[in-house]
Design a binder for this molecule. Structure first.
Ligand SMILES: Nc1ncnc2c1ncn2[C@@H]1O[C@H](COP(=O)(O)OP(=O)(O)OP(=O)(O)O)[C@@H](O)[C@H]1O
Length: 258
């Protein structure tokens, strides 16, 4: 099991620094939530970790490996990134889209094996999308598409799972189901870093939270230490009380409209 370490990573556009000297970790086998207001740099940071963007400064390490300089194929076996609202207009069956997740595990130009088909089918089932295998991806609803993207990521068999708003389009039951899946993946040894808008969901599902504002880490650590009224007020400018869930004992944020 390896943990993720983001060391002094910066990235910008023109003269604007969008990710500004970010230092944080996502421990192995845990769910780390990446929180912060709109435009605070969550997606940009995930794309830097996923090597879709190259940091202007800093290093992203997974275990001993530098993800930025790792060979593309090795990286695709190591990490999977599920982006926000990723979609395609190309005609593509769900089953084939999920099979694409197996590409880095096959010899170049080799077709999918029976084992690849079995992994893809298991990934679809685990993501709650087994019934969608024969559908065209472009015809799916937002929530269905989100499940398929999760299935494709699972088919990749990653050690590091990067999720950008994985519950965006989901109803409450599906949201909880997704976070339950994410927690069970972490319990199985996968390192998870997930951008989450919903602080209550982060409170109930994350072990650790990194709180970003304006491209910088405001605070990071165990969920109980980060999702506290002072931090929420400082970062979002809203007041809340932190209660305890009567059964789980986990924090529950009660926002103050007054
Ligand atoms: N390629 C780009 N060119 C110019 N500005 C960009 C680019 N990518 C991101 N930004 C800007 O950087 C800031 C951070 O964007 P980012 O998408 O990382 O934030 P976020 O925290 O994920 O936001 P949200 O919660 O709204 O999804 C935003 O102001 C965005 O407009």
């Amino acid at each position: 099991m390896s943990g993720l370490r983001i060391d002094h990573v910066s990235w910008g556009v023109g003269r604007r620094l969008i990710v500004d000297g970010v230092d944080c970790t996502a421990p192995a086998g845990a769910v780390t939530g990446l929180c912060g207001p709109n435009g605070s740099g969550k997606s940009s940071l995930l794309r830097l970790v996923g090597a879709i963007r190259t940091p202007a400064a800093g290093v992203v390490r997974f275990g001993e490996d530098d993800l930025t300089t790792m060979r593309r194929r090795d990286r695709a076996r190591t990490l999977a990134l599920v982006e926000q609202d990723a979609h395609t207009d190309l005609p593509l069956l769900v089953g084939d889209a999920v099979l694409l997740g197996r590409t880095p595990h096959r010899a170049p130009l080799a077709g999918p094996t029976d084992a690849d088909h079995a992994v893809a089918a298991a990934a679809l089932a685990r993501a709650g999308a087994a019934g969608l295998a024969d559908r065209d991806v472009s015809t799916l609803s937002g929530g269905e598409r989100q499940r398929v993207h999760m299935a494709r990521a699972l088919a990749q068999s990653p050690d590091l799972l990067l999720l950008d708003e994985p519950t965006n389009h989901l109803d409450v039951a599906a949201r909880l189901e997704t976070m339950r899946l994410v927690r069970s993946l972490a319990a199985g040894g996968i390192t998870v870093l997930a951008a989450l808008h919903d602080l209550d969901l982060a409170a109930s599902a994350c072990d650790h939270v990194v709180m970003l504002a304006e491209g910088r880490v405001v605070t990071a650590g165990p969920v109980d230490e980060v999702l506290v009224p002072d931090v929420v007020e400082k970062v979002y400018g809203v007041r809340c009380a932190v209660l305890r869930h009567p059964r789980t004992g986990r924090p529950v944020l009660a926002f103050d409209l007054e």
